[in-house]
Design a protein around this ligand. Structure first.
Ligand code: AMP
Length: 298
C-alpha cells in the first residue's frame, strides 16, 4: 500500500523541548538516531549526507539553522538563502523523520555567553579570513549534538577543515557520537555544489568550475611526483589568469593535521578558497602518495 504524501512528511519541531520529546521516544523504542546539521538551502550535497545518515541509523534528523555566530559582520549572513518550504519538501522526499528548525532565540537565549574553541586546526586556512567561523561552528555543533544526542552525525568533505575540527571537538570532549563524512557532490562540470553558488552570475558560474579542474590537475601532478611548491605556484597563476577575482589561499596540507608539507609522504589534501565578485568559493581534493595504496584517513 502506498503511503500518502502526508505520511512521509517529516515532523517539524522548533524547540529543544519538542526535539527531546521525540528523541526520547525513539531511544526508549531502542532506535538509533542520525543527525545532519545544515544551514538550509538544501541541495544534492546535503541530501547525500542525509542518505548516509539514513543508511547508518534508524531515525534521521536534519537541522536547519543559519548560524549568525559563524559569520563576521562583513559576511553574507543577511543574504544567505532561506528556503524553508523547499527544504522541507526535499527532506520529505528523502524520508527524513524530523526537521529541527530552531529560532535564533531558541539557540542563543538572552545572556548566552559560552564559546567552544578548538585550537591548532583553526589557526589558518579559512580561519585566516573568517575569524568567527570555527568558534561559531564548534559552538553550534556542540549544542546540536547535546540537544539531539545522535548515535551518528554526518558532515561533508566539501568543508574539509570544518570536518577535521569537528572530529577533534568530539574526541577532545568525549562526545558519544560517531562522525561520518560524505564525499563532495559536484555539478556535471565539476563545480562543488554549494548554497552560495546561486549568488554567481552566469559569467562567474562559467569561471567557477575551473577551481575544481585546477585543484584536480594539481593534485594529480603532485601524486605523480611533481614538486608541491612549484605545482602550487603554477595553480595560483592559472587561477588568477582564468578570471577569479581573488584568492584567500591555495595550499597542500597533511590530510590529518592540516600542517603544511613540502613532500608527499602521507595522504595530503589540496585546499583552495577563491573569490568571484563578492562570492567566496571553497573546494578541496585528496592527494595520495602513489605507493600508499591505502584508504585516506577520512
Ligand atoms: P552548510 O549547509 O553549508 O552548513 O552545510 C551542511 C553540511 O553539508 C556540511 O557538513 C557541509 O560540509 C555539507 N556539504 C555542503 N556542500 C556539500 C557538497 N557539495 N557535497 C557534500 N556535502 C556538502
Amino acid at each position: 500500500m502506498a503511503n500518502s504524501p502526508d505520511a512521509l512528511r517529516p515532523i517539524i519541531v522548533r524547540t529543544v523541548k519538542q526535539l527531546r520529546g521525540h528523541t526520547g521516544q525513539w531511544r526508549r523504542a531502542g532506535q538509533t538516531i542520525g543527525l545532519v546539521p545544515t544551514m538550509g538551502a538544501l541541495h544534492d550535497g546535503h541530501i547525500s549526507l542525509a542518505q548516509i545518515a539514513k543508511d547508518n541509523a534508524d531515525r534521521l534528523i536534519v537541522s536547519i539553522f543559519v548560524n549568525s555566530k559563524q559569520f563576521s559582520p562583513h559576511e553574507d549572513f543577511d543574504r544567505y538563502p532561506r528556503e524553508q518550504d523547499a527544504d522541507v519538501a526535499k527532506l520529505a522526499a528523502v524520508q527524513a523523520d524530523l526537521v529541527f528548525l530552531p529560532s535564533a532565540d531558541e539557540m542563543y537565549g538572552e545572556g548566552f555567553a559560552t564559546t567552544i574553541h578548538v585550537d591548532d586546526l583553526t589557526r589558518d586556512l579559512c580561519a585566516a579570513t573568517r575569524p568567527r567561523l570555527f568558534d561559531g561552528v564548534t559552538t553550534i555543533v556542540t549544542k546540536l549534538l547535546l540537544q539531539t544526542t545522535p548515535d551518528i552525525a554526518v558532515f561533508g568533505e566539501k568543508d574539509y577543515q570544518q570536518l577535521l575540527v569537528i572530529r577533534r571537538l568530539v574526541r577532545d570532549l568525549d562526545i558519544a557520537v560517531t562522525i561520518l563524512s560524505g564525499p563532495t557532490k559536484r555539478e556535471p562540470d565539476g563545480l562543488a555544489i554549494s548554497s552560495r553558488n546561486q549568488y554567481l552570475t552566469p559569467e562567474q558560474r562559467g569561471v567557477a568550475a575551473q577551481l575544481n579542474r585546477i585543484l584536480r590537475d594539481t593534485a594529480d601532478e603532485i601524486a605523480q611526483g611533481s614538486g608541491i611548491a612549484a605545482q602550487v605556484a603554477l595553480a595560483k597563476s592559472k587561477l588568477t589568469g582564468i578570471g577569479f577575482d581573488g584568492m584567500d589561499y591555495l595550499e597542500v596540507r597533511d590530510a590529518d593535521t592540516l600542517e603544511p608539507i613540502d613532500r608527499l609522504e602521507r595522504p595530503a589534501r589540496i585546499l583552495g578558497a577563491v573569490w568571484l565578485g563578492t562570492t567566496r568559493l571553497i573546494d578541496n581534493r585528496e592527494i595520495l602518495p602513489s605507493k600508499s595504496g591505502g584508504d585516506p584517513l577520512v
